[in-house]
Write a protein that binds this ligand. Structure first.
Ligand SMILES: Cc1cc2nc3c(=O)[nH]c(=O)nc-3n(C[C@H](O)[C@H](O)[C@H](O)COP(=O)(O)O)c2cc1C
Length: 184
């Protein structure tokens, strides 16, 4: 798929199944993220890949976080928390990791880190890998942040779920450019 087609046709894929992207395909996707605009070339990001048995470790971390908030959470709700880590063969965790810099504010670095995830979504689409960006309460939970080894200045900006597309892709929304642009 050419770059413009990928950019203009990407959709999120919420239902994915095994297998996840192989090592080479994943590397291509991550490389696309690393070409994101980055003021000062600070590389204000890092990524964790979670697959196989580690998905179950992540699931238990979600359970631990849920219990830390509400020790009497029902078994059904704990299963729901657990299942959030088990709905794709691979989860790439995007971490904003801003650097101290006299001219590049933290917000710009967060924007770059977000851009890296967006580039990866587009690359995944171009390679026919199903992918969706999710966050939710677990992305900000202190138990999760500590369990994943984030430093105090770091934050999770997204869980990118990836796998084989399961079922038809969503229809593209037709959005006229003129809805969003005015000549000034
Ligand atoms: C920062 C961020 C966080 C998101 N978090 C969630 C989420 O937790 N759950 C969800 O269903 N969609 C979430 N989304 C939205 C989906 O990734 C997706 O963009 C949306 O469903 C629209 O689909 P599309 O990408 O095909 O247009 C998030 C998107 C962004 C950019």
């Amino acid at each position: 798929m050419d770059a413009l087609t990928a950019l203009q046709t990407r959709v999120s894929v919420s239902r994915v199944r095994e297998p996840g992207p192989d090592k080479q395909t994943l590397e291509q996707i991550i490389k696309a993220g690393l070409r994101t605009a980055d003021h000062g070339l600070l590389r204000p990001w890092r990524f964790l890949t979670v697959q196989g048995e580690s998905l179950h470790r992540l699931a238990e971390l979600f359970v631990e976080a849920t219990l830390a908030d509400a020790p009497d959470t029902s078994a059904a709700e704990l299963n729901s928390a657990r299942s959030k880590a088990l709905r794709a063969p691979l989860i790439l965790i995007g971490i904003a990791s801003p650097k101290e810099h006299p001219k590049v504010p933290v917000i710009e670095q967060h924007l770059s880190a977000g851009g890296a995830l967006q580039n990866m979504l587009t690359a995944a689409h171009a390679l026919d890998v199903g992918a969706i960006w999710r966050t939710g309460p677990m992305a900000a939970h202190p138990v999760v942040l500590q369990g994943l080894g984030l430093a105090d200045h770091e934050s999770i900006i997204g869980f990118i779920y990836m796998g084989t597309v399961d079922g038809p892709k969503r229809e593209l929304r037709d959005e006229p450019v003129s809805n969003f642009v005015q000549e000034w």
